[in-house]
Write a protein that binds this ligand. Structure first.
Ligand code: CA
Length: 235
């Protein structure tokens, strides 16, 4: 079972004071069929918000109001998906907990392609609890039912494996260290536990990959960690 979720015509607000970055992001998103508006400062962003957007890409450092403040203001009456752009690792730390209300964040310098992938993933998530479908229906992750299908056949994952796969699939192309993944799926970060992630990944691969040594879904980034590389089926 495949599902199709139309990205075309969805409108995105890019709040970014660096004209060059705004321009590139706009071009990439438009090429994917999105309608894109740019606001170069916070005041402008807040004034155009009422036009109604499907998603906001918000730079943390703006000349007038900070991205954090804008985020908080938006969250007072809207749950619109927000991706935060951060430039420095200390900013990353501030956003990491996503306690300021953003749904996701991307660190500069970023690849526009990765940002587009994250936009799509976030829109898909926000769209509802429909199953995620990858590689022409080869892998289906049904988040609301905790079910996974590989090539039409249901596979059984442990709850940790499911959490891990779901998290990676929701953050396509993003590289996570083992320690980050331990923290995310197990909720603690003792150094010694990072290798347990390898065991979980190995199990997941045996269940969902045609060839676990040449994975189409969870790729090993040597010396760093893991990255989800499945192709979403929405287009
Ligand atoms: Ca900025």
């Amino acid at each position: 079972m495949c599902y199709y979720f139309i990205m075309n015509g969805r409108s995105i607000l890019v709040v970014e004071d660096e004209a060059k970055i705004a321009e590139i992001v706009k071009a990439y998103l438009e090429r994917e069929g999105f309608r894109v508006s740019v606001a170069e400062d916070g005041e402008k962003a807040l004034s155009v918000l009422k036009q109604g957007f499907d998603l906001i890409i918000l730079d943390l450092m703006l000349p007038d109001i900070t991205g954090e403040e804008i985020c908080r203001t938006i969250r007072e009456d809207s749950d619109i998906p927000i991706i935060m752009l951060t430039a420095k690792s200390d900013e990353e730390d501030r956003v990491k907990g996503l306690g300021i209300g953003a749904d996701d964040y991307v660190v500069k310098p970023f690849s526009p392609r990765e940002l587009v992938a994250r936009v799509k993933a976030l829109l898909r998530r926000a769209h509802g609890k429909r199953p995620y479908s990858f590689n022409n229906g080869d892998l289906i992750i049904d988040v609301s039912r905790f079910r996974v299908k590989k090539a039409g056949t249901e596979v059984t994952l442990t709850s940790t494996e499911f959490k891990l796969l779901k998290y990676l699939a929701e953050h396509p192309e993003q590289i996570f260290s083992r320690l980050q993944l331990v923290n995310i799926v197990l909720g603690y970060d003792f150094e010694g536990y990072d290798r347990t992630i390898d065991a979980h990944i190995k199990n997941i691969r045996h269940k969902i990959e045609d060839d676990p040594r040449n994975p189409s879904y969870i790729k090993t980034v040597y010396g760093v960690g893991y990255r989800f590389i499945g192709r979403p089926d929405e287009d």
